[in-house]
Design a protein around this ligand. Structure first.
Ligand code: SIN
Length: 289
């Protein structure tokens, strides 16, 4: 039986590019079944090449989802442990019903960001799986920061080459982002972590812009205000519509993207009375360089 699944998985899987700069769709594979080495290679290459990948028609329990993620690497711990599933803690809920200590609804991920830049080894991939969806809206968008970097003027690329960002759990710029919970910082002692502003993807050698508008407090050797001005300018120049993949969720979708070449954000443009629940898993990355 296993051997049959093996052959079916490898032969039937189809990867279709969705736009010239970002996004691909995978059909014809059920990641609950054993997956052969060639399918694993193609899936990982598709994430790196296309930055964001949607794998259609999955039907996971949390444990099956976690097992599927192992095809891409080692799942890692996440911030906000209160959202971890009690019996499968590497899987977190991303829900529009979460509230902060004052009872206010939190809107995590409402602005462009990448995950956990304050970790020494931040996640190389982030994945979401749709569990409950509003009748319309609630998309997740991913932007190709490799294309964003390549689109910068040469003088700007030279200026930022070699710069390091200083990353904390929640930087002082967080006030601008309604998605951040006000009580979060108090629970996490910030221990700054340096990251390269221009990051090289070890899987293809490509450079990309790499920073988090909230967690990046400043650029090393530069004041906070000057740093934020530069980062805002880089964000504006690099987040272009043609570099964005805006994912409209369907039941059964598993979305995965390469944090070494991407930022992402959620859209809160749906009826808040409707339920939106995704499961999220992070895949451990390497030391950025
Ligand atoms: C996130 O930033 O991980 C959440 C994205 C989403 O809710 O679509």
């Amino acid at each position: 039986m296993v051997a049959l699944h093996f052959l079916k998985g490898a032969a039937a899987m189809k990867v279709t590019q969705l736009s010239p700069h970002i996004g691909a769709e995978v059909t014809g594979i059920d990641l609950r079944n054993p997956t052969d080495a060639e399918s694993r290679r193609r899936l990982n290459a598709a994430v790196v090449d296309n930055v964001a990948l949607v794998i259609r028609d999955q039907d996971f329990t949390p444990r099956q989802y976690l097992a599927a993620i192992a095809l891409f690497g080692e799942p890692m711990e996440q911030h906000f442990t209160q959202y971890a599933l009690p019996d499968c803690p590497l899987v977190h809920e991303v829900s529009n019903r979460h509230t902060d200590k004052s009872g206010k609804r939190v809107m995590h991920g409402a602005g462009w960001h990448t995950d956990h830049t304050n970790h020494v080894r931040p996640p190389k991939y982030t994945s979401l799986y749709a569990v409950a969806l509003p009748s319309s809206g609630g998309d997740t968008a991913v932007v190709n920061m490799r294309a964003g970097y390549e689109a910068l003027p040469e003088a700007m690329r030279q200026k930022i080459q070699g710069m390091k960002t200083v990353n904390v759990f929640q930087g002082s710029a967080s006030a601008r982002y309604s998605g951040q919970s006000a009580d979060a910082q108090a629970e996490h002692k910030p221990e700054p972590v340096l990251q390269p502003l221009v990051r090289t993807n070890p899987d293809n050698g490509a450079k990309a812009l790499y920073f988090h508008p909230v967690k990046t407090e400043n650029i090393a050797g530069m004041g906070a205000a000057e740093s934020q001005t530069l980062l805002a300018d880089l964000l504006e120049r690099s987040v272009r519509s043609e570099f964005i993949y805006r994912h409209q969720w369907r039941k059964g979708d598993m979305l995965i993207w390469d944090n070494r070449a991407a930022m992402h954000r959620a859209y809160f443009d749906y009826d808040p009375g409707e339920y939106r629940l995704l499961y999220r898993v992070l895949v451990r990355g390497e030391l950025p360089f």
